[in-house]
Write a protein that binds this ligand. Structure first.
Ligand code: DQQ
Length: 590
């Protein structure tokens, strides 16, 4: 979206926007500092006073979650000797954050998961308060190595290493921490010992040496520090940074990878990277995952974004909903890059305590760069489709203003729905105002699913009660921009539950789209009880949401509709829906 070379007036709009709405750095930095300070308490949006309903019916059927307790970040995903591995932050003793370990599950298909013993526990003084997030790198001899953050008794942080006790075991059941730990301490001027964490997967440079990035606060600003090593065990800090920004104070969970524009295949960072590849730096901040696309300057050993956008409200996002601390990996089995991200519960922590579990992972998504190399696209891994049952298929449904088309014959609590919307004309699209980009949630509240616009809102209503008092609307509005169209996608949770006090934002993101050429806007939404995960415009905007409808619990059932509330009629050229079977997710221990 912010790509200079592809012109289209967008950088001008951005400049204008920044002149009109100057970035209040101090208040944003205060917000960021507050978020960082509160890390030890509850960092993530959750309801505080909520009318309580505790039900196992909110438990997801095909999203990743362990049987009980608190989970957060996905850690060190990898494909190894025929199995996919997912490690994740896990509090073995409680449903609230704390005492993090690396729990471990394996899968042959990314859908069904077998729970293994914990991979990393808090056994050493340097990880007394937690084995925090990190990555796995497969070394030149084929051995995987974990790099994770150890938090000591005062939560000061250092990077630590662990190796499989037996690397011929495809399950990688047991991990050993060598005595050389911690391998990287927060030494050096400007570093804050308790803001130094989450090492990336390693990559090799032209000198054959390993490199990793570590998220940090440096002199009060956010940085991806760069470290180098010959042997992956002894590390030294490179005197420049991979990248830094003074618009925030700390980046958690950096992720760094290469991708070829327009190519859905992934690239392995430790293999030779083609010259025309771009690089992506993802960072977690402000309770969401943001990224920049750029080039990795081999000479300078630095990441150089294609566009430097100072105002971090305008940075691109991996997901515009409840999604954090994502981590990608190269899947050598299918030659693709897959990203995992965490979605916390947005009911209350007292409900979590009563349910006995908190947190899920969003679906594993294939991730790639669009053809002009300006933004990432994502799509649920194809294996998820193995859960689809009894397909419903409709074509050519015309939705005039106010029309709703009920999708029947599908299990509305566990479903996968794909729709293509084709506007009759684009003439009525309202004008786009770039200031909306600064607060897309606010704009989604204003561009409500029932507020008629020229072109849209149209979309999908899910988990709707008989009387529509409860429903979640996932919808689009099309705006005319200077050259192309700007499409707003919202996932509006404000009426998702009759329960009072729930955290129910109207999530939203914009994408630029050549609607004249493409003609259709696609929406895919996967409904999994308390999870509604949506992909708009072929994966240009993704929105993960957590919802807790009463109708889901009291067995009144729920309805699902395609709808249009815009003035212009919209044709649903294709609508497919499937019921989704329950996957075997961590039900058995191996
Ligand atoms: N969660 C981990 C940290 C990371 C944070 C601790 C992000 O390593 O920075 O559980 O959610």
């Amino acid at each position: 979206m912010f790509h200079h070379r592809h012109g289209c007036g967008w950088p001008f709009l951005l400049l204008l926007l920044l002149l009109l709405f100057p970035f209040d750095e101090s208040s944003l930095l205060r917000g960021q500092a507050a978020a960082a300070d509160s890390h030890r308490v509850v960092l993530y949006p959750q309801s505080t006073r909520v009318s309580s309903i505790v039900s196992s019916k909110y438990r997801t059927a095909f999203h990743f979650q362990p049987p009980k307790n608190w989970i957060n970040d996905p850690n060190g995903p990898l494909y190894y000797k025929g199995l996919y591995h997912l490690f994740y932050q896990y509090n073995p003793g409680s449903v609230v954050p704390g005492n993090k370990t690396w729990a471990h599950s394996v899968s042959a298909d990314l859908v069904n998961w077998l729970r293994l013993e914990s991979a990393l526990d808090r056994t050493e003084p340097y990880d007394a308060k937690g084995c925090w997030s990190g990555s796995v790198t497969v070394l030149a001899d084929g051995r995987p190595a974990i790099l994770y953050t150890g938090a000591d008794d005062v939560k000061n942080q250092a990077q630590c290493i662990a190796f499989p006790s037996n690397s011929s075991d495809p399950y990688l059941r047991e991990w050993t921490k060598p005595s050389s730990n911690p391998v990287i301490r927060p030494d050096g001027p400007g570093l804050t010992p308790n803001q130094f964490r989450d090492p990336t997967t390693g990559w090799t440079g032209p000198d054959g040496q390993w490199r990793i990035a570590v998220g940090a606060e440096l002199d009060g600003y956010s940085a991806a520090l760069l470290y180098k090593s010959e042997d992956f065990v002894s590390w030294s800090r490179v005197d420049h940074l991979l990248y830094s920004s003074n618009s925030s104070t700390m980046w958690e969970c950096p992720d760094f990878f290469a991708a070829l524009p327009g190519n859905t295949s992934g690239l392995d960072l430790s293999a030779a990277i083609p010259n025309r590849a771009k690089h992506v730096l993802k960072m977690s901040l402000d309770s969401c995952d943001k990224y920049m696309v750029g080039v990795y300057d081999l000479e300078a050993d630095k990441f150089v974004p294609d566009n430097v956008v100072d105002d971090r409200r305008l940075w691109l996002r991996i997901d515009y909903g409840n999604y954090y601390a994502s981590k990608s990996f190269f899947d050598a089995k299918k030659g693709r890059r897959i990203i995992w991200g965490w979605a916390n519960e947005s009911d209350s922590s007292s409900d979590d305590a009563a349910k006995g579990w908190a947190g899920i992972q969003a679906l594993p998504r294939t991730i790639w760069l669009d053809s002009d190399g300006s933004q990432l696209l994502q799509w649920p891994v194809e294996e998820v489709e193995s859960l689809r049952r009894n397909e419903t298929n409709h074509q050519g449904i015309e939705l005039k203003k106010g029309d709703m088309f009920e999708i029947k014959g599908t299990d509305t609590l566990q479903a996968d729905v794909e729709i293509e919307f084709e506007p009759g004309t684009m003439d009525e699209a309202d004008a786009f105002d770039p200031s909306w980009l600064l607060n897309t949630e606010k704009h989604c509240r204003e561009a409500d699913a029932s507020a008629p616009g020229g072109l849209g809102p149209f979309g999908l209503v899910v988990l709707a009660s008989d009387d529509m008092e409860e429903h979640t609307a996932v919808h689009f509005r099309v705006y005319k921009s200077k050259h192309k169209h700007m499409i707003l996608m919202c996932s509006d949770l404000r009426r998702s539950s009759l329960r009072s006090g729930l955290y129910t934002p109207a999530y939203g993101g914009f994408f630029e789209f050549d609607l004249e050429k493409e003609k259709k806007i696609s929406l895919r939404t996967l409904i999994d009880r308390s999870a509604v995960e949506s992909f708009g415009g072929g994966g240009r905007v993704c929105i993960m949401a957590r919802v807790y409808p009463v109708a889901l619990v009291d067995d009144r059932g729920a309805h699902m509709y395609a709808f249009n509330n815009g003035t212009t009629a919209v044709m649903v050229s294709q609508l497919k829906a499937w019921s989704m079977k329950r996957a075997q997710v961590n039900v058995k221990k191996g």
